[in-house]
Design a protein around this ligand. Structure first.
Ligand SMILES: N[C@@H](CCC(=O)N[C@@H](CS)C(=O)NCC(=O)O)C(=O)O
Length: 207
């Protein structure tokens, strides 16, 4: 499989972690967001969303990190990235989607750029926006996880929830956001950071 990704992209980072956890081989094909390569005719012919990641499979290119993770789970069920019980599986998706739908899209590059080009929002104001949605989202996660009895978000092994959380924490720090008010998230992050699959997927460890 070929993964179209960008080293600092949170959504790509999620897919790299999943591929590594499942021990699947993949070839990386970098798409530079700095050079706006995601909007090139070549890339949008493959992935019309003009976003990374895109996973090139035997069937064609699949976009959307959550869809990619679900696909990888279907073709390679072990080790699973979901808890066993139906309820905990749903709770795991609740956390993953709180990140992937409620935090990440509001703070994406093209959204931040649009605030600037269409509404004249300056860099400081953009950061107010970014921090606002991040703190709202992290507060939600901290509450959702307040009764957590596992090493990771939803189990004693990493699940889709952890796979979404770790890149979001990386992104938060990258933009100077203070993560110290979220001790539960930081504890889980510590557990994840010990695992090869997470280490290998980290932006600093990409070519
Ligand atoms: N919902 C998509 C989001 C993908 C996404 O937003 N990717 C970002 C990088 S993390 C991107 O390609 N941004 C380029 C842009 O905003 O132009 C997914 O989960 O795959």
């Amino acid at each position: 499989m070929k993964l179209y990704d960008y080293y600092r992209s949170s959504a790509s980072y999620r897919v790299r972690i999943t591929l590594n956890l499942k021990g699947l081989n993949y070839e990386q094909c970098p798409v530079s967001l700095l050079d706006n390569e995601q909007s090139s005719a070549h890339y949008t012919a493959l992935n019309p969303s003009a976003l990374v990641p895109g996973l090139n499979t035997d069937h064609g290119v699949l976009g959307q990190s959550i869809a990619i993770m679900e696909y990888l789970e279907d073709i390679c069920p072990e080790p699973s990235i979901f808890p066993e019980s139906k309820w905990e599986k749903a709770k795991c998706r609740e956390i993953a989607l709180a990140i992937a739908c409620d935090i990440h899209p509001l703070n994406n590059l093209r959204v931040l750029n649009y605030l600037n080009t269409e509404f004249g929002v300056n860099q400081n104001e953009k950061m107010v926006w970014y921090y606002h949605w991040l703190s709202r989202g992290f507060q939600t996660l901290e509450s959702l996880l307040s009764q957590n009895k596992y090493r990771f978000c939803c189990a004693d092994s990493p699940t889709m929830a952890d796979i979404c959380l770790i890149p979001q924490l990386y992104n938060a720090r990258r933009f100077g956001f203070d993560v110290s008010p979220y001790p539960i998230l930081l504890n889980i992050e510590q557990q994840c950071q010990r695992l090869d699959a997470f280490i290998k997927a980290h932006p600093d460890n990409q070519e």
